[in-house]
Design a protein around this ligand. Structure first.
Ligand code: PMP
Length: 363
C-alpha cells in the first residue's frame, strides 16, 4: 500500500509490515479463535506472546541478565514520579536539565526527593548539551537523571555519560522515550532506563522500564503497589492487567527490528537519515536548525522557516505531498520532522525534495 510519510513525534508511524501482520491476526491469533485483545493475560496464548516479546527485546537491546525488563503503564510522565518513588529513598537526586522533558522530570521528582540541578542548558535555549565534565554532581546523589533525547528541543546525547569516570557513584537514570531502540545501549553505564512505547516501539499504553536488580526493593512506603518495580518484576509485569495489545504489537516491532539487522543496523540507518535532513537544512537559505551540530537529535529534527509567515503554506503543501504531521511542538513553533525507525530513507528524501521545491517557489 502506498501510504503517506508520517513525521509525527508520537504516537508515531509504525512499520507497515507490522500493521499488516496485526491486521491479519486481528480476528484470530494463530488459530486460537481469539484476537489478542480478547485474551486473558494469564492464558497460555498471551503468556507466550509476552515471553517472546521479553526475549526479543532483551536480545535486541543486549540487556544483561542482572536487569529486569518491565512492561508498565503510565508513560514517561508517570515514570517521572515512579522512578523517585522507587529509587530516591527520599534523598537527593541530580538532574541534568537539557530540555522540556528533563525539566518536567525534575519538577515532578521534587515531590518525592530533593531534585538538585547538576547542569542545564537554559542559557542557550536548549540548543546544546552541558558537557559532562562541567556537571556539578552531588556526592550524596542517589541517582543522576538524564533525558538522552529531548523530543521537543531536538538535542541528543549520542553517547551516554560515564558517571564513574566523572567520580560519581550514583546510578544513571535515562529517559530514552524518544530514542529507545534507535541505537545500542551501553548498560554498563546505566542503572535504569524508561520510555513510553509510542514513538519507536509500538502503540501508546505500554511503558518500558529496564532496571538493574539491586535497585529493586527500595521503594518509599507511599509508592503505589502497581508502580512498585519489585512488585511488577516479581509478577512478570502482571501484578495488574498489563497493556496486552500494546505488548503484542511491540513484540511484532521487536521481530521486525531483528529482521532489519538489529540495533547496529538501525543506528547506521538513522544516522544516514538524519544527515540527509540536516544537510538539506544547513544548505538552504530558508530553513534553519539551531541545535549545535555535535548533539543534533537523530530522531527529532526541529527546523524553522526564516520567514515564519510561510509556515501555513509550507504545512499545506506538505499535506498535498503526503508528508504528514510536520508541525512543530506548540511550545517552540516551527516544524519538526520525527524520523524514528519506521521512517524509511525514502521518506526523508521525499521531505527534502519537497523542502527544496518549496524554497525554490518562494525565492
Ligand atoms: N519523555 C520524553 C523524552 C518524551 O518525548 C515524552 C513524550 N513526548 C515524555 C517523556 C512523556 O511521555 P508520555 O506522554 O508517555 O507520558
Amino acid at each position: 500500500m502506498n501510504r503517506p510519510f508520517n513525521f509525527s513525534a508520537g504516537p508515531a508511524a509504525m512499520p507497515e509490515e507490522v500493521l499488516t501482520e496485526a491486521a491479519a491476526e486481528m480476528l484470530d491469533w494463530h488459530g486460537s479463535g481469539m484476537g489478542v485483545m480478547e485474551m486473558s493475560h494469564r492464558g497460555k496464548e498471551f503468556i507466550s506472546i509476552y515471553e517472546q516479546a521479553q526475549a526479543d527485546l532483551r536480545e535486541l537491546l543486549a540487556v544483561p541478565d542482572n536487569f529486569k525488563i518491565l512492561f508498565m503503564q503510565g508513560g514517561g510522565l508517570a515514570e517521572n514520579a515512579i522512578v523517585p518513588l522507587n529509587i530516591s529513598q527520599g534523598g537527593l537526586v541530580d538532574f541534568v536539565v537539557s530540555g522540556s522533558w528533563s525539566q518536567k522530570s525534575q519538577q515532578e521528582a521534587g515531590k518525592y526527593c530533593t531534585a538538585h540541578t547538576a547542569a542545564d542548558n537554559l542559557a542557550n535555549g536548549h540548543t546544546s548539551l552541558p558537557d559532562p565534565s562541567q556537571w556539578k554532581l552531588n556526592p550524596a546523589a542517589r541517582y543522576v537523571h538524564v533525558c538522552t533525547n529531548e523530543t521537543i528541543n531536538g538535542v541528543e546525547f549520542h553517547t551516554l555519560p560515564n558517571l564513574k569516570a566523572l567520580g560519581s557513584n550514583a546510578d544513571l537514570v535515562i529517559d530514552f522515550s524518544s530514542h529507545v531502540a534507535s541505537r545500542p545501549v551501553d548498560w554498563s553505564k546505566v542503572g535504569l532506563a524508561f520510555g513510553g512505547a509510542q514513538k519507536n516501539l509500538g502503540p501508546a499504553g505500554l511503558t518500558l522500564v529496564v532496571v538493574r536488580d539491586d535497585l529493586l526493593g527500595h521503594a518509599l512506603p507511599a509508592c503505589p503497589s502497581a508502580f512498585n518495580y519489585k512488585m511488577v518484576a516479581d509478577n512478570q509485569s502482571m501484578y495488574n492487567t498489563p497493556p496486552t495489545y500494546s505488548i503484542y504489537v511491540a513484540g511484532l516491532v521487536f521481530q521486525w527490528l531483528k529482521r532489519q539487522g538489529g540495533m547496529a543496523a538501525m543506528e547506521a540507518r538513522n544516522i544516514a537519515k538524519a544527515e540527509l535532513l540536516y544537510q538539506a537544512i544547513d544548505n538552504s537559505q530558508l530553513y534553519q536548525n539551531k541545535v549545535a551540530s555535535d548533539c543534533r537529535s537523530r530522531m527529532n529534527v526541529p527546523f524553522f522557516l526564516r520567514d515564519e509567515s510561510l509556515n501555513a503554506a509550507f504545512l499545506a503543501g506538505a499535506q498535498t505531498h503526503r508528508l504528514l504531521q510536520l508541525k512543530g511542538h506548540k511550545s517552540v513553533g516551527g516544524m519538526r520532522a520525527s524520523i524514528y525507525n519506521a521512517m524509511p530513507l525514502e521518506g526523508v528524501q521525499a521531505l527534502v525534495d519537497y523542502m527544496q521545491e518549496f524554497e525554490k517557489t518562494r525565492s
